[in-house]
Design a protein around this ligand. Structure first.
Ligand code: V55
Ligand code: FE
Length: 491
């Protein structure tokens, strides 16, 4: 059997596991509050086969969908592969057939034209259905009970884009889901499709626009009136792909852009604002309207956080030298011109989480991952190669910050927020925390943290009996939402 490359993408917490398993009634240390009832779904890239190329990256790993089911203080767990077209083709062949990250020109010719997505980035719940998503293809629908793959999701043929974002946004009041797909009509295209589905999951609109250049639009934002598309200069080039090169190269010299349009408008209504050159953000905390102003809070850095995207653009910069922080961009829609204001509101970090009810509205606090100044060097793991070891709660309105800092040799994955049935209580955060237990050995636990008292650490912990590979994003689906599930695999 060919070995996995011994690079940061395949060692440490990124060591492939590849085991589909399930366990009931896991041991719980402490007590899980009765208010937590539902499922914590997680997207875990885990390559089922050694890659065709040694310079393969975490982002190429086959998607696994994991589920913690929590009810009455009890915890069950299950994890399965998303059976994408790509996974099934490689499973049958018992080897990798798809080549480099988002470069079909490097594939084994036997899979020419087949679906390359690995659906490994975000579990999405909407309209009673669960999807596993990755921005280079359409989502795959998953049976939320069995985690079996039902199939590719294109709104019964209504959504015409070839791609669907891993970061759709759901309005907490209307229940509508807002989403987009870039490279909507093919590799390296500037076409972006923007869609809206009603609360029952029916596609109600789709409109297209061009972005200023082909960039990876990883996340976007909504307010009560607007849809906001940030464009950072991480660019794609078809000739580079044909020559076997990288899909993405970051450009320090190119301007960034932000497009703002009415959230129920047409692509032609987009207004473009010009931002600083070279900056990058993968995740947006939130956005909201304030009269004619639109505020956009994002995890900004002065270059791309992924080493391989910097290197492809000839940028030599160590991961630890990257500057940035939680940043507020404010757009005044009553003014002419393409400029906007910028203000730093918090320390560097990423993987922001928000209460579902605060989406697109003024908000008091949010949570995100960062580095603990006392936590020692980060563990190798996660998509960027270095794992976070602190959780922050921030109140952007007054700058108040609270921290749960992990000890040396520990790592934290993106939490989900669980709303509390009690008025005035901040709810809880659920997250997987890993601890190095030997040179190549890691122990993982599910942690339950009071979202309003994070510095106190976990109120309950669930040690996991098997190793777990680093997660990308997660989603909390309440027991009430699960009870409304539409998507079930036919028996
Ligand atoms: C990201 C993750 C991806 C990807 C592109 O978090 C960007 C950023 C897990 O896959 O393909
Ligand atoms: Fe993301």
């Amino acid at each position: 059997m060919p070995a996995y490359p011994q690079t940061i993408h395949f060692v440490g917490l990124n060591t492939p596991v590849g085991i589909e398993w399930a366990a009931r009634n896991l041991d719980v240390i402490g007590e899980i509050p009765a208010g937590i009832a539902g499922a914590f779904f997680r997207a875990v890239p885990d390559p089922a086969h050694a890659p065709m190329f040694d310079d393969d990256i975490v982002l190429s790993g086959d998607g696994m969908v994991a589920k913690f089911t929590i009810q009455d203080g009890k915890v069950d767990y299950a994890i399965r592969y998303v059976e994408t077209e790509r996974y099934r083709l490689e499973k049958d062949a018992r080897r990798a057939l798809f080549g480099q990250y988002r470069n079909p020109f490097t594939d084994d010719p036997v899979v020419a034209g087949r679906d390359r997505t690995v659906a490994n980035t975000t579990p999405v719940w909407h309209g009673g259905r669960l999807f596993m998503t990755k921005e280079d293809g359409l989502g795959y629908e998953i049976d939320p009970d069995t985690l079996e793959t039902i199939g590719r999701w294109d709104y019964h043929g209504a959504f015409t884009s070839q791609t669907f974002t891993a970061h759709p946004r759901v309005d907490p009041q209307t229940g509508e889901m807002f989403f987009f797909g870039y490279e909507a009509d093919g590799l390296c295209s500037t076409k972006v499709a923007y869609g809206v589905a009603d609360r029952n999951g029916n596609l109600v609109s789709e409109t297209w626009f061009d972005q200023p250049y082909c960039s990876s639009i990883h996340d976007f934002a909504i307010t009560e009136r607007h849809a906001i598309f940030p464009v950072f200069p991480t660019t794609a080039d078809l000739d580079r792909l044909k020559a076997g090169g990288a899909h993405w190269a970051h450009r320090q010299d190119l301007d960034s852009w932000v497009g703002i349009m009415p959230r129920h408008g047409m692509g032609g209504e987009m207004r473009w604002f010009r931002g600083r050159p070279g900056v990058s953000a993968f995740h947006i905390v939130n956005a909201y309207d304030d009269g004619d102003l639109v505020h956009l809070d994002l995890c900004l850095s002065d270059t791309n956080a992924f080493g391989f995207m910097r290197e492809a653009g000839g940028i030599r910069r160590d991961q630890r030298e990257i500057q940035g922080g939680l940043t507020r961009w404010t757009f005044d829609l009553s003014k002419e011109g393409d400029r906007f204001e910028e203000r730093l509101v918090g320390p560097p970090g990423d993987m922001p989480r928000l209460r579902d009810a605060d989406q697109g509205r003024p908000y008091r606090s949010a949570w995100y991952l960062s580095m603990n100044p006392q936590g020692g060097p980060p563990l190798p793991g996660g998509p960027v190669g270095f794992a976070f070891n602190a959780l922050l709660q921030i109140e952007p309105g007054n700058g108040r910050i609270d921290m749960m800092g992990l000890e040396f040799g520990m790592a934290i994955s993106e939490p989900v927020h669980v709303a509390s049935p009690e008025a005035g209580h901040d709810g809880w955060l659920l997250m997987v925390v890993d601890r190095q237990a030997g040179e190549t050995e890691f122990r993982s636990e599910l942690w339950v943290v009071d979202a309003g008292a994070i510095a106190a650490g976990p109120i309950a912990r669930v040690p996991m009996p098997l190793p777990m590979r680093a997660q990308v994003h997660g989603a909390w689906v309440s027991a009430a939402q699960l009870a409304s599930a539409q998507g079930k695999k036919a028996a």
